[in-house]
Design a protein around this ligand. Sequence first.
Ligand SMILES: Cc1cc2nc3c(=O)[nH]c(=O)nc-3n(C[C@H](O)[C@H](O)[C@H](O)COP(=O)(O)O)c2cc1C
Length: 172
Amino acid sequence: MNFTELAKKRCSVRSYTGEKLKKEELEQILEAGRLAPTAKNLQPQRILVIESDENLEKMKEITNRAEKAGAILLVCADKKNLFVNPFDNRDTAETDTSIVATHIILKAAELGIGSCWVCMFDREKARKAFSVPDDFSVECIISLGYPADDFQPTENHTKYKDMNELVYFEKF
Ligand SMILES: Cc1cc2nc3c(=O)[nH]c(=O)nc-3n(C[C@H](O)[C@H](O)[C@H](O)COP(=O)(O)O)c2cc1C
């Protein structure tokens, strides 16, 4: 599968079998995240892996995308380890962790494992539930799991805006 095929194959999976992720597969997925580029190579990503029944249950109170997931990743950034752009004081926590998350969901897709990137959750609630250290920012959740037999990608998966709306040559 070349990159374009993989990018097309990856889709958000929101219905899983409930089977736990195999250790070797999870390791490969986490390794793909480790290989991601980050600003100044500071590697601020700090990822909490949630696999136990107890913590998966807890995660269900944070997001409805945890239902029957094989593992959940709570992706955080270490605020002490961030590049800050001196021109506008913006740090790259969200950018760095988003690239990490992208590597993760694409690697999962390559292995035939479903994933869903989740931003719609209460970060403070997640922080408290999983005792996230004060100096870590909570960035996103990624659910992972084996797609349920009846799983189908949503319509959104193949709805792409026209290239002309997205890309401008030489001037806006
Ligand atoms: C930054 C980001 C945040 C997202 N947050 C959520 C979310 O909170 N809940 C959800 O079900 N899907 C979420 N998604 C999945 C998108 O809805 C999905 O990627 C988009 O509709 C395209 O569909 P596809 O992933 O199947 O190709 C998110 C995706 C991204 C990239």
